[in-house]
Design a protein around this ligand. Structure first.
Ligand code: NAD
Length: 296
């Protein structure tokens, strides 16, 4: 299949490479020359512009930093430039409103089908082809996108109509942000109360305090399966990306009048952690801020 792939950064680079590996003709573009050169090494055909990359694409995939860029790239360089029969897949994490607006524009200005398909899983999953995609769009758009997404992931789930993929993503990550902080503060307090962290893990991971943040991504080093805590909170999912998702969740909550007191507090605490120049640190590293603020 002919695929135009735009945005070859930390995530898109691995995703485009996986599409090329299974035999798709991937015509790729990124404003970064380095990213473009890496994609070429991994079997993609480098293009000099978005318009060139999408000119005969059957599928267009975008993996871009934010909603403003997604809107600009689709409005100015994809809609009207890709063949009318092509299907658009935006895998970036962006706000629900922009996802819906871009899909509406694509339909109105060219009759294109489009899905929002944000991912769960980080850079390692993008490279390994084990992402989970949450997809919003019509059943027909989903059917066209599904085989392409399946080549980049382990699960492709149809969440509902346009914007539903982004809604699922930010609601899921709001749970993740809040449970990670709750898990961190419980470990810090347990230790201050004289409990060994391993013993507390053994108890709570089998009791009602259990969550993914505890048993798959424990924020305490040497406890539970390997996680960024065991590597000084390097790698994993950066605090800046968690903060981005929480701020998107807060924006959506305000628009639909949803009460999100825990999500709001999680956003404040991740903002405070990022303000300490810790934005590149894995999001479970927030345990260090909680330890330090208790001792202050
Ligand atoms: P990144 O910054 O590494 O990659 C984005 C790429 O887009 C860059 O290479 C940049 O040069 C390119 N770009 C920017 N403007 C462009 C334009 N106008 N035309 C063409 N290319 C352009 O970011 P990333 O970590 O790959 O994340 C991409 C998206 O995936 C974001 O929306 C992010 O929130 C989401 N996401 C990231 C992770 C993660 O762990 N990194 C996990 C889940 C979701």
């Amino acid at each position: 299949m002919k695929i135009g792939f735009i945005g070859l950064g930390n995530m898109g680079g691995g995703m485009a490479a996986n599409l090329a590996r299974v035999g798709h003709e991937v015509r790729a573009f990124d404003v970064s020359k380095d990213a473009l050169a890496r994609a070429k090494d991994k079997g993609c055909t480098p293009c000099t512009s978005v318009k060139e990359a999408v000119a005969d694409a059957q599928i267009v995939v975008t993996m871009l930093p934010n909603g403003k860029i997604v809107d600009e790239v689709y409005s100015n360089e994809i809609i009207g430039h890709a063949p009318r029969s092509s299907t658009f897949i935006d895998c970036s994490t962006i706000d629900v409103d922009t996802a819906r607006k871009v899909a509406r524009d694509a339909a109105k200005r060219g009759g294109y089908e489009m899905v929002d398909a944000p991912v769960s899983g980080g850079i390692a999953a993008a490279n390994a082809g084990t992402l989970t995609f949450m997809v919003g769009g019509t059943p027909s758009a989903f059917d066209h996108a599904q085989p392409v997404l399946a080549a980049m992931g382990k699960a492709v789930i149809h969440a509902g109509t346009s914007g539903a993929g982004q809604a699922a993503k930010i609601c899921n990550n709001m749970i993740l942000g809040a449970t990670m902080i709750a898990t961190c503060e419980a470990f810090v307090m347990a230790q201050k109360l004289g409990l060994d962290p391993k013993v507390f893990y053994d108890i709570s991971s089998k009791a009602s305090g259990q969550s993914w943040s505890m048993t798959s991504y424990c924020p305490v080093p040497g406890v539970g399966p390997q996680s960024p805590a065991d590597d000084e909170y390097r790698g994993g999912f950066a605090t800046n990306l968690m903060l981005k998702d929480l701020l998107l969740a807060m924006q959506a909550a305000e628009q639909v009048n949803a009460a999100v007191p825990m999500g709001a507090r999680a956003a404040e605490l991740y903002q405070a952690f990022a303000d300490l120049d810790q934005g590149q640190v894995d999001f479970s590293g927030i345990i260090k801020m909680l330890e330090a603020s208790g001792d202050a």
